[in-house]
Design a binder for this molecule. Structure first.
Ligand code: FE2
Length: 201
């Protein structure tokens, strides 16, 4: 067994004009494939630990030291991207009444949630991710991680994530990360976020 690159759940051009087809090809076929290849190369050195990346990254100290950083980077890269593709859709969706109420209770309103998420996505220095997570207290929280670190390693369950590495937006949006973040809100798959929220809380 090995980790396999999942197919996109839609066509490469399905998220146009918000996310362009060229970016989706490069991002999925090249960047994500590289994380998969490198994660498999690391896992092959220690077949005794299995391939359950979520379990391994939930307890990074359990990962053998010689492959720990490689799995944080590439196992995390695989998990983050596999989730990211599922979190977007060309279909029009909206948060469930339950999730919408939780967002309102936590952030004040959907607009304030979007502003908080946009702020962490904009200000994440260098490469990383912006997240909406369910934290250890079972509450919604907006946070960000560097590089390919996953919130799972902090005991948090990601229910929405945005890749803010330059490879995710530079082809279309060049240096203007805020325009990419705004566009992302037009393609969020709230049905998937609802599903993850129901499972996480
Ligand atoms: Fe990426």
């Amino acid at each position: 067994m090995a980790i396999i690159l999942p197919d996109l759940p839609y066509a490469y051009d399905a998220l146009e004009p918000y996310i362009d087809a060229e970016t989706m090809h490069l991002h999925h076929d090249k960047h994500h494939q590289t994380y998969v290849n490198n994660a498999n190369a690391a896992l092959e050195k220690h077949p005794e630990i299995g391939e359950d990346l979520e379990a391994l990254l939930a307890d990074v100290e359990s990962i053998p030291a010689d492959i720990r950083q490689a799995l944080i980077n590439n196992g995390g890269g695989h998990l983050n991207h596999a989730l990211f593709w599922e979190l977007m859709t060309p279909e029009k969706t909206a948060p469930s009444a339950e999730l919408a109420a939780a967002i309102d209770a936590t952030f004040g309103s959907f607009e304030e949630f979007q502003a908080a998420f946009t702020a962490v996505a904009t200000t994440r220095f260098g490469s990383g991710w912006a997240w909406l997570v369910v934290n250890k207290e079972g509450k919604l929280e907006v946070t960000s991680t560097a590089n390919q670190d996953t919130p799972i390693s902090e005991g948090k369950k990601p229910i929405l994530g945005l890749d803010v590495w330059e490879h995710a937006y530079y082809v279309k949006y060049r240096n203007v990360r805020p325009d990419y973040i705004k566009a992302f809100f037009s393609v969020i798959n709230w049905n998937k976020v609802d599903e993850l929220y129901a499972a996480a809380k």
